[in-house]
Design a binder for this molecule. Structure first.
Ligand code: TYD
Ligand code: MG
Length: 458
């Protein structure tokens, strides 16, 4: 029987399939995302044979399987290694994603610098020319002898090249430029991205070569292409931060070989990305002294406490509707905190424009930040400066109560290390704090918003 071709329409956003073209995807509700894809179906010769049990399959008792020691390569950047769970695992497929211009190509070239002296690294670029990459490498001081460049977009040819050369690490920049010649759709389309990733994954697993692929994000901040891309790969790293600010945060969204809570902090300088070993110090540097509307928080990012400066600005509104704006913090949670401050704290914002900003372009969403946000707002509303050497954290409930947070002692320790002399913490957390810690730094347990404000100004 001859092979048949069939058209299906696939949603670019979520991968939903339909036999007909539709204006709106029935699965994700996005408009104008259905794209035609031609599929060739082979005659199902096997399906015509009578069903027979397959003899070749064998399953194994879990207890008899010997754990393979995970071989990891350290990238020479501690911050990146931590996010990866201790280094790049042999044979893994890692997706690095982020806004354009955030530094994806830069960090990968820096990975080449560290690993290129110990092994062969193949850097495949579908976006830049040999000349452009060379210029950037010179600027970053990347001269390792083991680095090979390949400017190519045909993913099958690239996989053949990998098979021949068997390098120690492969970098694909970016998956959206890769093209599978058997498929009719254009590069960057859902089918191309999925099939190219599948092919790369098979290559990575069969040869035990780690492959890092760069993925672009669309305008909503999601990884362009289908969600399936995230399912295929072993780890998804996400580079975030404001393009105009120098700090960049690397986060693991998925990691089959480590925790997804860890973050790495980098700073973009004129000679590439530099690791920020002491992010708390960098984030609170240059804090205005004796100024209303600023308060310092301590949030946990994975296993590491991080200090962040929260600024609030409350000004009389000139329009009917007061404006609320939040930068780096969830807008709805900010609205909820304002409601709690009004109803339970007696601080009124109804004719006031209210702005919140987390300094350094950080995006934080921990509940422990509630108290700090509330204090920054109250301080600005009252136009009364909080003490510079005091730090506050705690979750605020709808009844206006300050609720306990996790890792309290670790947060206080970080505050003490950076020279703070007083910590305002939820009262319920006091019990779990050791005596020795209480002797190092003054710790005040609070139950309500008013108590917290009083403790912050005295
Ligand atoms: P790039 O790695 O090309 O971003 P991506 O691959 O994520 O799109 O980073 C480009 C930006 O980084 C660009 O705006 C210039 C800046 N940059 C520096 O500031 N210093 C440097 O040493 C390098 C290489 C880039
Ligand atoms: Mg790039």
């Amino acid at each position: 029987m001859a092979s048949k071709t069939k058209s299906v329409f696939v949603c670019e956003n979520c991968g939903c399939e339909s036999p007909k073209w539709l204006g709106k995807c029935p699965s994700c509700g996005e408009w104008n995302t259905m794209q035609e894809e031609v599929r060739v179906t082979q005659p199902a010769a096997a399906a015509q044979k009578p069903a027979k049990p397959t003899a070749a399959l064998r399953s194994y008792p879990l207890s008899q399987i010997k754990p393979d020691t995970e071989l990891r390569y350290t990238t020479g950047m501690e911050e990146l290694d931590r996010v990866l769970g201790g280094g790049i695992v042999k044979g893994s497929l890692v997706l690095l994603s982020g806004d354009p211009g955030i530094g994806k190509s830069t960090i990968l070239l820096q990975v080449c610098r560290a690993l290129g002296s110990a092994m062969d690294v193949l850097y495949v670029s579908g976006e830049e020319s040999y000349h452009q990459i060379k210029l950037r490498a010179d600027r970053l001081g990347v001269t390792a002898a083991g680095i090979r460049l390949l400017c190519e977009t045909d993913v099958q040819a690239i996989c053949d090249h990998i098979l021949q050369q068997t390098p120690g690490l492969v970098i694909i920049d970016s998956i959206q430029t890769m093209n599978h010649t058997d498929l009719s759709s254009s590069p960057g389309s859902i089918t191309q991205v999925r099939e190219s990733t599948n092919l790369l994954m098979r290559t990575a697993k069969s040869l035990s070569i780690p492959i890092i692929i760069v993925g672009h994000v669309n305008k909503d901040g999601n990884i362009a292409g289908p969600k399936v891309l995230e399912h295929i790969v072993d780890a998804v790293l996400y580079f975030e931060g404001e393009r105009n600010l120098s700090f960049r945060i690397l986060r693991a969204v998925k990691n089959r070989y480590g925790s997804t809570n860890e973050i790495g902090v980098f700073e973009m300088t004129d000679c590439g990305l530099q690791e920020v070993k002491n992010p708390s110090e960098a984030l609170i540097a240059g804090r205005p002294k004796n100024t209303p509307g600023t308060c310092v928080a301590c949030v946990m990012e994975g296993s590491r406490p991080l200090l962040a400066e929260i600024q609030g600005l409350v000004t009389p509104t000139s329009y009917g509707n007061p404006r609320r704006m939040s930068n780096g913090f969830d807008y709805n949670r900010m609205a909820m905190l304002i409601a709690v401050l009004e109803k339970r704290g007696g601080y009124y914002f109804n004719s006031m424009d209210t702005y919140i900003n987390i300094v350094g372009g950080m995006k934080l969403d921990e509940p422990a930040l509630d108290l700090t946000i509330a204090m920054a707002l109250v301080s600005s509303l009252k136009d009364y400066a909080l003490r510079d050497d005091v730090l506050a954290f705690g979750e605020i409930g709808l009844a206006g109560e300050i609720r306990a947070v996790s890792h309290c002692e670790q947060r206080i320790k970080e505050a003490a290390r950076l020279g703070f002399s007083k910590c305002i913490v939820p009262k319920h957390n006091l019990r779990s704090i050791s005596k020795s810690m209480q002797q190092t730094i003054e710790i005040v347990g609070v139950r309500t918003i008013r108590e917290a404000f009083e403790a912050l100004v005295t």
